[in-house]
Design a protein around this ligand. Structure first.
Ligand code: FES
Ligand code: MG
Length: 572
């Protein structure tokens, strides 16, 4: 074992070492605090208010067994936890706060390594951002997806079917009573959303990045194999401390390349773009928005999962899981990127097999020949915007339509169903003021519900354009993350009702048919300015004053980069 960081707390004979040891003596044997046993934090996002993570205390117990077994000392460290469905205005507003708090607590404490327990959307990203910035040996245990619930004989996809069923009610094809009846079937078990939403995506991408014991991500939360893998992960982190295997060694440009290939092959959430950019920013890995298109565009979609497809996470696991998917595209992966075991990540794929070729397709028969996320530019998005073509309607990927502009979510809800709203199936719905700064946190409002009168006429998709995000469980021809955002002076701010908007995904263009000088000369929207948040204190003020654009990951400007694990001065 190398000289341990925690020895700077525990190994001495002086008064301060006495204090550090004495207060930890709550049944620990002397040998636990002799300065020679790795002190392993379990950064635990278990919380009753993050229901997708509420089972992580049990996971932590199994991680602890493995840590003890390998000679380490496990230490439960509850960290900021963010529940996607509960917190307002959006969980994303606190991703950076959770990352900052976890980073600082890991650095401030006598810790040599950390096991990161996450699940719900923002929890794994915030933990990985923290681990990258403190750069202590770190490994993730993704909490895993829920089992599949059914309603009237049909499997329900969490998130996705809420959007679908609520649109059916608005269209008049499902009763309100039946809609409410489905509520009790939506969440069948512990775990996170069972579609290929953000939580599933980030758990699987954490493994593709190399930060998870291979074969763990995607294990359903109630499956006993998750607990066995948790035990093994406990053993692994002690070995990682001995080998000094830190995030800066594991998370290389090659790891992010692999994550982008995985994102495309899985048909993963668009939210992965902002999360991967933010994690890379903590490590100084030069990842850009364009890398998602460059690396991912020609990767085939191999997984037929909701929201874009049919199956759910339980099906993916039984069909062979992430390894079976990535083995099909192993030639596209970086052969040198290592994982937490210290071996090349691709080596972990060697034995994988596809057990159900309806769920996981072979390379020769993909769901789509080209998946990935398309990065759009043009006079409406000079710094970029994204769209997930796999979740869009093919006939809308090349489209010209007149803008119907909304200056806030409230404005949208107040007018969208008005019978006299000047809108038709060819219109482009524009919602602005929803970027990281404008609606602090950048909420998932971009997949705007369609006007009721068009739904009733059978329209099921329209082009939508927004500077906000979309739930990873949602679908539709939605242009997201338009940058610069309207609140930061982006041109979206100067679009008017009736302007012609042109979407051309093949050519990666998003433009408004207004001459540049005329667009620049227009007054920014006064209604938008009035709707923008101006917090005067607290986290929200810090956030609004310092948040970066979505195109670079929406981290706070002063959190980009790493401060390492340096031990500070004594407390007494
Ligand atoms: Fe937690 Fe979907 S709400 S993962
Ligand atoms: Mg979400």
């Amino acid at each position: 074992m190398p000289e341990l960081r925690s020895a700077q707390w525990y190994a001495g004979q002086d008064r301060n070492s006495y204090i550090h040891r004495a207060w930890m003596r709550r049944g620990l044997p002397d040998s636990a605090l002799d300065g020679r046993r790795p002190q392993i934090a379990i950064a635990n996002t278990a919380s009753d208010l993050t229901p997708c993570n509420s089972h992580l205390d049990e996971v932590a117990e199994h991680v602890k067994r493995g840590i003890w077994e390998a000679g380490g000392v496990p230490l439960n460290l509850p960290v900021v936890s963010i529940g996607e469905t509960q917190v307002r205005p959006t969980a994303m507003l606190w991703r950076n706060m959770a990352a900052m708090a976890t980073e600082e607590m890991l650095r401030a404490n006598p810790v040599d390594g950390v096991v990161l327990l996450g699940g719900c959307d923002k929890t794994i990203p915030s933990l990985l951002m923290a681990a990258a910035s403190v750069d202590l040996p770190a490994v993730v245990v993704p909490g895993g997806p829920m089992l599949t619930g059914t309603f009237r004989g049909t499997p329900l996809g969490c998130g996705t079917d809420v959007w679908r069923l609520s649109e059916e009610v608005r269209a008049g094809t499902l009763s309100q009573a039946a809609f409410l009846e489905s509520e009790s079937s939506m969440i069948r078990s512990r775990g996170h959303c069972n579609t290929m939403g953000t939580a599933s995506t980030m758990g699987l991408l954490a493994e593709a990045l190399g930060t998870v014991l291979p074969g763990t991500a995607g294990t359903p939360a109630p499956d006993s194999r998750l607990l066995a893998r948790s035990h093994e992960t406990g053993r692994l982190i002690v070995e990682m401390v001995a080998a000094d295997r830190r995030p800066s060694r594991v998370l290389t440009a090659g790891s992010f390349h692999n994550a982008i290939v995985a994102l495309a092959a899985l048909g993963g959430s668009t939210n992965a773009v902002v999360h991967l950019l933010a994690i890379a920013g903590r490590l100084g890995v030069p990842l850009t928005l364009d890398d998602f298109d460059r690396v991912g565009a020609d990767v085939p979609l191999l997984v037929d999962l909701q929201p874009a497809g049919k199956y759910l996470m339980e099906d993916l696991y039984r069909a062979g899981g992430l390894a079976a998917v990535l083995r099909e595209v192993a030639d596209l992966l970086d052969p040198d990127a290592i994982d937490v075991t210290g071996r090349p990540f691709v080596a972990s794929l060697a034995e994988a097999q596809i057990w159900d070729r309806d769920v996981i397709r072979g390379r020769e028969k993909p769901v789509l020949p080209q998946a990935g996320i398309a990065v759009l530019r043009g006079n409406l998005a000079p710094a970029g915007a994204i769209i997930k073509p796999a979740a869009a309607s093919p006939h809308l990927l090349r489209h010209r339509g007149r803008a119907v502009v909304f200056d806030s979510v409230e404005d949208f809800h107040a007018r969208i169903d008005a019978p006299d709203l000047d809108v038709d199936a060819n219109s482009v719905l524009v919602l602005r003021g929803c970027g990281p700064r404008g609606y602090p946190g950048m909420p998932e409002v971009a997949n705007m519900p369609l006007p009721r009168k068009l739904l009733q006429a059978g329209v099921r998709d329209m082009v939508r354009v927004c500077d906000g995000r979309m739930s990873g469980t949602a679908y539709g021809t939605v242009v997201l993350h338009v940058a610069p955002e309207a609140a930061a002076g982006g041109p979206l701010d100067r679009v008017r009702d009736g302007d012609w908007i042109v979407l051309d995904v093949d050519n990666r263009r998003l433009t408004v048919d207004v001459p540049d000088d005329e667009l620049a000369a227009r007054e920014p929207s006064a209604a938008l300015r009035a709707a923008l948040a101006r917090p005067s204190r607290g986290w929200q003020k810090l956030y609004v004053d310092t948040v970066l654009g979505a195109e670079v990951g929406a981290d706070l400007d002063f959190l980009v980069g790493s401060s390492g694990d340096a031990v500070s001065r004594e407390s007494h």
